[in-house]
Design a protein around this ligand. Sequence first.
Ligand code: SIN
Ligand code: NI
Length: 263
Amino acid sequence: MGEYPITEEQVRFYQENGYIRLEGVLTIQEVEALRVALDVAVEDRRRYDRNEGPRTDPGYARVFLQMVNLWEHYPAVRAYVQNPRIGEIARRLARARSVRLWHDHALIKYPKDSKPTVWHQDWVYWPMRETGALSCWMALDDVTVKNGCMSFIPGSHRLGPRDPIDLGNATEETLLEMFPLEERKRFTPVAVEMKAGSCTFHDGLTFHYAGPNITESPRRAMVTIFMPGGTTYKKLEHLIGDRAGLSEGEEFHGPLFPVVAGE
Ligand code: SIN
Ligand code: NI
């Protein structure tokens, strides 16, 4: 798998805005391999109740179907999350010496009765003491405002962490309402439409949102989260973190969190 060229200008854009769109990162064959793996995972989940997402309440289910750490069960996803092309992009954007996998999750936003993924920050749900971890949101379908593409508020990662949002029950404005009106007026969301095989990377503190899927077909995304090497554990209830057996302040390590780029 060849390298994806990242320029210093792109790294600067990411650092300044807290997100970036990168086009044509995967070939259509690579996209297809992930789509097939997701189909199998959805079917397995139905049959064996496997890979249950962390939340099953009906409000959350209308936001998306979330399947976590598929890489542990599906070889195509394992190959994808350890694909150095993606890990190296993450490493360069984060200006890190190395990056480890935190976890993957497939997010499928089904049509009909679909709810938005309300504005939130990711880092506040993660048991990490340091910031800097970032998500690669890979489109497995062409994504537009109509089927729930991602939107970001440029520069919002600099505003620091706020309270976590209950994604199943909050309103679109919940996170934004934590800011004075004058400040909110300066927020200028950018909706990022893109083709399957293109992706965005966003910092764990960047405010992001995805609208409801009002089309006829599912919107499939494969999200991989990377953390800079040296990131340490903070005690906080979390589906993956709880399995790690780490103590407060211990560096993330071990086979659950493989190094995917750098050393
Ligand atoms: C979504 O895909 O709807 C949201 C993804 C995210 O919150 O990172
Ligand atoms: Ni998120």
